[in-house]
Write a protein that binds this ligand. Structure first.
Ligand SMILES: [Fe+2]
Length: 259
């Protein structure tokens, strides 16, 4: 499996504080059957800057440490970019890092309690310039909980979305779990990733979420695709095939039975 969203670099954001904790995370991931981790530190979130060159050099350093410790995990570099104005310019200046620095895909993190006004303009601009945004954990956004049409609109514009493994397994509460289930059923999310921040509390584990997703979708193959084929295509810069998102009614609420 591939974990496309993981805070594994030590001492760079609110992820692991030490190299030892990064190693513990990598071991946990390896045990779970993960062979590739995309390191995605917070970027431009008002606390952490983490320009591209710093992330890339820290990924190179951690990769060497993993090899020296006989951990069979391949690391890739990217960032968890807080959704803010002028992302295209921030990519060009090296302040925001696309996946593998390939300028094909970028992870965009929404604030948990709001949707910035210019979100559609930013997505339009990125798509126009050949960069596909990956919206991270929409199931954890309070506005989308109340307005499912918004996520449908973003996906229809060509954005991809990533659901967090612990949301599917219920570790972020019942509303988030319910939202994740409906988004999966409506094909509004395309990738499962851990968004791990440590070895214990928020670990890099995908297998449990894949099992839950297989039950939700009624297909183990479809669930596995979200941690294998889809992220592999993204890492190679290709565009995966996705099922059509199902339309949702305006102002439908993800945590009610209104679908
Ligand atoms: Fe994250």
């Amino acid at each position: 499996m591939i974990d496309l969203h993981c805070h594994i670099l030590p001492g760079i954001d609110d992820g692991p504080v030490s190299q030892d904790e990064s190693l513990a995370m990598a071991r946990r991931a390896e045990e779970d059957g993960i062979h590739t981790i995309v390191a995605t530190p917070h970027t431009l979130n008002g606390i952490h800057l983490n320009p591209a060159r710093e992330i890339i050099s820290k990924v190179d350093a951690l990769q060497e440490i993993l090899l020296n410790n006989h951990i069979q995990i391949h690391l890739c570099a990217a960032s968890d970019v807080h959704l803010c104005p002028h992302i295209l310019e921030l990519v060009a200046s090296g302040d925001a890092l696309t996946i593998n620095d390939a300028k094909k895909y970028i992870l965009l993190e929404l604030p948990s309690q709001a949707i910035p006004k210019g979100v559609k303009d930013e997505i339009f601009e990125l798509k126009l310039n050949g960069i596909t945004p990956i919206i991270t954990h929409p199931e954890r956004n309070a506005i989308i909980h109340h307005d499912s049409q918004l996520l449908y609109d973003l996906v229809s514009m060509g954005a991809i979305s990533q659901v967090t493994a612990m949301s599917i397994t219920g570790d972020f509460g019942v509303f988030v779990k319910r939202a994740a289930e409906i988004m999966l059923k409506k094909r509004l999310v395309h990738i499962i990733a851990s968004d791990a921040h440590g070895a214990d509390k928020r670990p890099p584990v995908l297998s449990r979420a894949v099992e839950h997703t297989a039950e939700i979708l009624g297909s183990y193959e479809d669930a596995m695709r979200m941690v294998t084929e889809v992220p592999a295509a993204i890492l190679s810069g290709a565009m995966p095939d996705f099922p059509e998102p199902m339309h949702t009614k305006h102002k439908d609420r993800f945590f009610t039975n209104s679908f």
